[in-house]
Design a protein. Structure first.
Length: 202
């Protein structure tokens, strides 16, 4: 059996996918039967995708992100506005993708502390080199897979507003919604809360 990196998780599966995430969260909250999942996602094509393979890939990715989340997080995801739902989706990504957490802790924290205007193009290359030492399985990934991880990671940061876009990598401040902050504190998710509030570090 091929070994899997404990760091990568499901990041290759896509970015925040807020609309699709809401649908998956609702099905989990409703404890929907396999038949309902099949009807909603495959036959009714709730994701509005062109191929069954894309639908199934999205389902697999989002199930991994949200199946272990407590119902109160899922409730925020389903009922919150676009901004709040996206922030909960970001939390789902962080709690299932350690590589993203470590990128924030080892790259973004310093960038914000030192008040950089933008991220250097070299930060990903340096991060990959360090990560390869910590995680031999990651080091063995094809360059194309590492590039895809970088692409998704930067897209998530852009969707969240931490960077203006994935081309300029211009840094911006992001305020995490107070109801999500309270929930993270309630569940003692202090490490991930600190990551989500990285743009406020002083």
């Amino acid at each position: 059996m091929q070994k899997k990196s404990v760091y990568i998780g499901n990041l290759l599966g896509g970015s925040t996918m807020v609309r699709e995430s809401r649908i998956i969260a609702k099905l989990i909250l409703d404890n929907a039967s396999d038949e309902v999942w099949e009807q909603t996602l495959i036959r009714d094509n709730a994701f509005q995708k062109n191929t069954i393979s894309t639908i199934k890939r999205n389902i697999s990715t989002l199930k991994k992100r949200y199946s272990d989340l407590s119902p109160d997080f899922l409730q925020l995801l389903v009922e919150g506005n676009e901004e709040l739902a996206r922030q909960v989706a970001f939390y789902g990504i962080l709690q299932s993708n350690l590589i993203f957490v470590e990128f924030i802790e080892r790259v973004l924290v310093d960038a914000y502390l030192l008040k950089y205007r933008q991220l250097s193009r070299s930060v990903w290359r340096d991060f990959v080199a360090e990560q390869g030492i910590k995680d031999p399985i990651f080091d063995e990934l094809k360059d194309s897979s590492k590039d895809k991880i970088r692409e998704v990671l930067y897209r998530v940061l852009a969707e969240m507003g931490f960077i203006k876009d994935s081309k300029t990598l211009t840094l911006q401040k992001v305020l995490i919604r107070p109801e999500l902050v309270q929930l993270l504190e309630k569940h003692e998710q202090y490490r991930l809360l600190k990551c989500m509030q990285v743009s406020l570090v002083t």
